[in-house]
Write a protein that binds this ligand. Structure first.
Ligand code: MG
Length: 254
């Protein structure tokens, strides 16, 4: 089913790129602050101050469905939607997924990266590298005339061939005037199937990859998603416009 997919004009895509630059600035700043002893609430405060330092910009997540913070900060077995907290202090060897959304001039951008805290174990480093590569493979497959299933399959193949599993209960999404729009962008699927990717389609591609099983559950805070088996999970995301010339990543600094 096609659903309510809206294609964006070049002017709209440029507005989303302006939002995306702020998202990228936040993630770059957070990267410099990640380390043992830092709390996820401190990272949230940093993100909010950078976002609000840009005239007219606001954190897209704050208040979204009642979410209380400007970033999601998801540590170790937390997959996504972790709530920043002054009692969550990062430790050597942890990983933390930071997800940031910005609304500026009526248009959203959304991106995430997972960072290692100090030195991480070898398998942990592999999880981060594979999840990042899975995002890159998905973006490379997001060519005009390709199908959504090509993106999904590229991500799935990369993660599963490395021995990891893809979270299926959460998916990427269209993005624009709303943070979450159609179409859904699953991280698993079949090549050649699904919506044709037309220039003007803008999607947030966001693989979530687990070391162990794919199954997840929601904690009692009603937000935090964790792996059922307690295994580590990583998350990387970019907001990507499909253009005549190929995929165009909007959540970049330059
Ligand atoms: Mg997203």
């Amino acid at each position: 089913m096609r659903g309510m997919v809206t294609l964006k004009s070049e002017a709209e895509i440029e507005r989303m790129r302006a939002s995306g630059r702020i998202v990228a600035e936040v993630l770059a700043a957070i990267e410099t602050q990640i380390g043992p002893g830092v709390t996820t609430l401190e990272l949230d405060r940093l993100a909010e101050s950078i976002i609000r330092g840009h005239e007219g910009a606001r954190p897209a997540f704050k208040g979204y469905g009642g979410f209380p913070a400007s970033i999601c900060a998801s540590v170790n077995d937390e997959v996504v939607h972790g709530i920043p907290s002054k009692s969550r202090r990062l430790e050597q060897g942890d990983i933390v997924g930071i997800d940031v959304g910005v609304l500026l001039d009526g248009y959203h951008a959304d991106a995430a990266r997972t960072f290692g805290v100090g030195q991480v174990a070898e398998e942990t480093g592999k999880l981060l590298a594979v999840t990042r590569s899975a995002l890159e493979a998905g973006i490379d497959a997001a060519q005009p005339g390709a199908r959504l299933g090509d993106v999904s399959a590229a991500i799935q193949n990369l993660a599963e061939s490395a021995g990891f599993s893809i979270v299926r209960d959460l998916v990427g999404h269209g993005i624009g005037q709303h943070l979450h729009e159609d179409p859904q962008v699953p991280n698993f699927g079949v090549e050649g199937r699904g919506l044709e990717l037309e220039p003007g389609l803008v999607i947030a591609i966001e693989p979530m990859v687990n070391v162990g099983g794919a199954e997840v559950r929601t904690l009692q805070d009603a937000w935090t998603i964790v792996t059922i088996d307690g295994s580590l999970s990583a998350h990387f995301e970019h907001t990507v416009a499909i253009t005549e010339g190929g995929p165009d990543i909007l959540t970049r600094v330059a």
